[in-house]
Write a protein that binds this ligand. Sequence first.
Ligand code: ADE
Length: 424
Amino acid sequence: MTSDTSTPADIADPRLADLGSLRIEWAAREMPVIGQIRERFSRERPFEGHRIAACLHVTTETANLMLAFKAGGAEVTLCASNPLSTQDDVAAALVERAGIPVFAIKGEEDATYYQHLNAVIDSKPHFTIDDGMDLVALLHKERRDLLPGVIGGSEETTTGIIRLRAMAEQGVLSFPIVAVNDAKTKHFFDNRYGTGQSTLDGIIRATNVLLAGKAMVIAGYGWCGRGLAQRARGMGAQVIVTEVDPVRALEALMDGFQVMPMMEAAEQGDIFVTLTGDVNVVHRDAIMAMKDGAILANSGHFNNEIDVDALEELSESKSGVRDYVEGYQMSDGRTLFLLAEGRLVNLSAAEGHPASVMDMSFANHALAAEYLLTADPVPEPQVLDVQEKIDDEIAQMKLDAMGIRIDTLSDEQRTYLSSWESGT
Ligand code: ADE
């Protein structure tokens, strides 16, 4: 159902707006940094006359970022960065209560997903915000006429930044983009504590299984995998890590987890979770070796980490068991359970990362947009780091909001740290 207000939109149901507003306000309580930035933006209006197009998971946290941009004078337009992650009540609240155009419906087909991306691009953005780089890719592939008008952008994920760096290396990137994921106040917290908690939340909400005593196989020991491994251990799971990087594998081992190849882990695991950013990590041979009743979930950006085609081919039938749980009846009599179609389980079956970590991730986007849209001259097209002073400022604001004070260097210590003469 499309909104009946004058705001252009394609959302599931505008009548969900009241519920969405309440939940957006609830998230705002845990987002003090965005709250402060929003207050400053509303005084200074740094985005007056600028159009911002965002392709992000449409959640209560994203809504608070959109409201901060709007308070700063921007015309913002939003679509989803994943077909299953949209919170329809949030989309309704943004359209009906804030007059922000939103194009996102939970469960939309791929064709609709791309229609929605195009609708956001139709706003002729000066700034793009991506989570996975679908917006920037579409602009560069099919909407090139609009590229000259884009001043800059920001990107949320590891996956998106890998794709952006490939574009920059090939010399095809048309505008500078800030790599928000690489900020310390982003990946140390969002990827680690956010993914750690929200992935368990998604698995538990979908299945209600007891984690204590289960063997959980975690593919990938980057910041997301580390976070999940820590939290799963805390819930009593026996964690097995699979890796391709020897340093990360060693780290996982010395952090106290079992490390082995996927083919060995396949025979032992009760629950498998992929967080690698790579393709077919849970592959056909692993699927063939799994125990009856194994649960398969993905928490990496794209839905290609589990070989779902192989699962389809090796099974005789499949049936919905519960919301977000599909049982695959294999030809050899086993049943394997795939969660959320192999899409991000934390955003499909749960609500994504809690607001408190998204507060810092989204503060980076807000300040990156302010930096690039007011920069004179605008930097060359390239992948840019978040400036260290912005990273530190966000950490300090978060500590202040949490009422935590820390020490400062004395003059003596500052001098010592910048000298080399004194030694043993
Ligand atoms: N990515 C992970 N969790 C998220 C959330 N709650 N909102 C937006 N993007 C997210």
